[in-house]
Structures are given as structure tokens and as C-alpha cells.
Design a protein around this ligand. Structure first.
Ligand SMILES: *Cc1c(COP(=O)(O)O)cnc(C)c1O
Length: 387
């Protein structure tokens, strides 16, 4: 799993600098006379943008906040429709609901991400944006999805909560569309405890987002902050200096994390790939996965849950599939009234392809540190479950 496995003296040193060098200024703006030019959030944003070869980045308080800010920056609200995919975390749809827009979900395809042809079916004259999700580190068919958005004049947002550092055809996930959003919660590839980031191509969209996440503050350099100019109202989704400090240490470890994930995923797959009745999740050609998990299909739902039971018996586990499916699958989200209404109150039956794929999927968590006997233990557990 993720960056929390690597939290050590580097994060501690960065935090300590906020106090020792920055005089304990924990706010990203102002206090220039006491902070000795220590701006951790701004430094984190700058390094993140450089790493992702993108023009602008904005740190926020969570990945969910990043999605909400993205929709605000694109002026999306009541009367608009936003399309995302049936397999994602509740946060993606929650952000659409919070914006006032109507959420619609598509089926997934064999990548377990948005099915581009179902996306085309679901576009209407009210569709303003698409939020594609690179679930658990495997790229969606983003090239195709981008073409569809372009053709229909729709904004493209990438929920890259699970794809931080992943690529398709040498282009980072999160930088294909108009806005990419990232999460640094404690389960994600790099973590700041709570936190998120947006990346942008357009300066004007970035500026709208930066103001909106900070009550509309334009941070006009000509006036002090309490006399600041504004063009619209907003909200508060700011990141604190402590999170920015941890983010700097974590970002420097991202390459190593992904390298270890990919090595360990390969070790596990090499052990189990000869098992006849399992089939690995598909990735588009030229994918560079962050390898958060290894997902495969078994014959049916019963065998999927038996896989989990056998893995648990061996001191191992699964990640999201099958045990936490209900938090990640729109067919089960009757508690979200506007989503349910938009799907004619038939959520349960509205995603037959996704249901078929997800109910018989098993997801093995990938860790940075993995003892040598894990792959063989996983193989034994699966063989027992399918026998
Ligand atoms: C984790 C996650 C989010 C939300 O991120 P938080 O930082 O926990 O708010 C959004 N979308 C997806 C797909 C996620 O997995």
C-alpha cells in the first residue's frame, strides 16, 4: 500500500522546519514579517506542478475538496449534468451533488473504469463535465474519453485519487483533461494525513479555483489581505502549512513508492498467472500503472468471497473488492437521492455490466514492503478458494 508505510524522519524534519525556520506560521498566506520566507504549501504546489509537467497546481484540504473546487472553477452548478463512472469512491458523486449539478454514472468496461461507449450514450444537452476515475491506479481509456469530450464541447476532469504518478503514453494521469484532482488521505499513494491537489492547464481556470477555495480571495499583491479584491464568493478548502510540509517529503518518495509497487505486483502476478480460471484486469496499451492493487476476475461472486476468506486465514487481505464494494459502486447508492432520481430510482438494475464485472472481482493490496513468502501464500489461498 501507500506512502504511510514510509513516514519517517524526513516528514518529521519538514514539520520541524515549519516551527524552527518558519517560526510556527501554520497559515499558507501572509505573516511575512515573522515566517522567514517559509511557505510550505506554495513550495509543495510548485514541486508538484514541476513533477507532473503541468502549468498550475493548487493544494487543498482533501481529495473530495479538490473535486468540489474543480466543479466550481468550471462554473458548474444547478441545471448542469456531470457524468462519472459507476465504480469509484462515494466522494466523486458527493462532489457533484454538493455543486448542485445532477450526477449521472456510466458503466465500466474491462479496465474497470469508464466505458467510453456508455459515456456517449449518456451525454445530453445539459452535460457540462465528465469526471473520469483511474480507479486503483490503472488508467482509464482516457484518450478516447478525451476525444468524446472535445467533440461534445464538455470539460474533462480526472479524479486521480488513485493514479498519482501513473501515466498513459508518457502523459501523466491527471494532465490529460482540463483539471486533474489528487487525494493525499492516509490510504493514498502519497499522504499528508488529509489533503488534495488540483492541476490545471488554463491560467484563468486555475485563478478561479485558487480564489474559490479561499472565500473568493484574489490575493491581490497591491493590497493587504484584509483589503483583498474579489469577484465571486467561495468557500474554505485551504491546506495548512503542516500538511504542505509532509507533502514535500512524501512527493520526494513517489518514484520509489511506484517502483516498489510495480515490482511487488509483478512478483505476485508471476506466481498466480498460470491459474486457469482467473483473469487479470485489462489496462489500455502503453499504460504505466501505479500498481495500487492487483485485480482479477474469478468465476462468480461466491468464489470471490471465498478468496477473501482464504486470504484472511493466511494473515492477508483484500482491498475494496469484494469487502468494501458498497462504498465504491453506484448501484448501491440509494442514499444519494439526486443520483437515484437521475437514474429513475433504478440504480440497482442500471449497471448490469458493472455488476457482473465487480461482483466477481478480487483486489489484492500491493505494499511497498512485502516479505518474500507473500506471493506464494496468495497463490495457495486462491487455489484453495477456487477448488
Ligand atoms: C480517496 C478518494 C477520493 C477522496 O479523497 P479524500 O482525500 O479522502 O477526500 C475521491 N475519489 C476517489 C476515487 C478516491 O479514492
Amino acid at each position: 500500500m501507500p506512502g504511510y508505510e514510509l513516514i519517517d524522519s524526513e516528514e518529521e524534519n519538514q514539520i520541524s522546519k515549519v516551527f524552527k525556520e518558519g517560526n510556527g506560521v501554520l497559515f499558507r498566506h501572509g505573516f511575512e514579517n515573522i515566517r522567514n520566507n517559509s511557505f510550505k504549501v506554495a513550495e509543495f504546489e510548485k514541486k508538484f506542478a514541476t513533477y507532473f509537467k503541468t502549468n498550475y497546481s493548487l493544494a487543498v484540504s482533501s481529495g473530495t475538496a479538490a473535486l468540489r473546487v474543480a466543479l466550481a472553477a468550471l462554473n458548474i452548478g444547478r441545471g448542469d449534468e456531470v457524468i462519472t463512472q459507476s465504480f469509484t469512491f462515494v466522494a466523486t458523486v458527493e462532489s457533484i451533488i454538493e455543486s448542485g449539478a445532477t450526477p449521472i454514472c456510466t458503466e465500466i468496461d474491462d479496465t474497470l473504469n469508464m466505458d467510453p461507449s456508455d459515456l456517449e450514450n449518456k451525454i445530453t444537452k445539459n452535460t457540462k463535465a465528465v469526471i473520469v476515475v483511474h480507479m486503483l491506479g490503472n488508467p482509464a481509456r482516457i484518450s478516447k474519453i478525451k476525444d468524446i469530450c472535445k467533440k461534445n464541447n464538455i470539460y474533462l476532469i480526472e479524479d486521480t485519487a488513485w493514479g498519482c504518478g501513473g501515466k498513459l503514453k508518457d502523459t501523466f494521469l491527471g494532465t490529460w483533461g482540463d483539471i486533474g484532482t489528487f487525494s493525499f488521505d492516509f490510504a493514498k499513494t502519497i499522504t499528508t494525513g488529509e489533503g488534495g491537489m488540483l492541476v490545471f492547464k488554463s491560467q484563468s481556470i486555475y485563478e478561479k479555483a485558487a480564489a474559490w477555495h479561499d472565500h473568493g480571495h484574489e490575493n491581490n499583491p497591491k493590497v493587504p489581505r484584509w483589503e483583498d479584491t474579489r469577484s465571486s464568493s467561495g468557500f474554505n478548502y485551504r491546506m495548512s502549512e503542516l500538511q504542505g510540509a509532509v507533502g514535500l517529503a512524501q512527493l520526494s518518495k513517489l518514484d520509489y513508492i511506484i517502483k516498489k509497487h510495480r515490482e511487488n505486483k509483478k512478483k505476485i502476478w508471476d506466481q498466480i498467472k498460470d491459474i486457469n480460471s482467473i483473469k487479470i484486469r485489462v489496462s489500455p496499451e502503453f499504460s504505466f500503472e501505479t500498481a495500487e492493487s492487483l485485480i482479477f476476475n474469478v468465476e462468480n461472486k461466491k468464489i470471490a468471497s471465498r478468496c477473501r476468506i482464504e486470504l484472511l486465514k493466511n494473515g492477508l487481505g483484500t482491498k475494496i473488492l469484494p469487502e468494501a464494494l458498497t462504498w465504491h459502486f453506484a448501484a448501491t447508492w440509494d442514499h444519494m437521492k439526486s443520483l437515484s432520481n437521475a437514474h429513475q430510482n433504478k440504480l440497482k438494475d442500471d449497471f448490469p455490466v458493472s455488476t457482473e464485472l465487480l461482483r466477481r472481482s478480487v483486489s489484492i493490496p500491493i505494499n511497498i514492503f512485502m516479505s518474500e513468502d507473500i506471493p506464494i501464500k496468495i497463490k495457495k489461498s486462491i487455489l484453495k478458494a477456487i477448488s
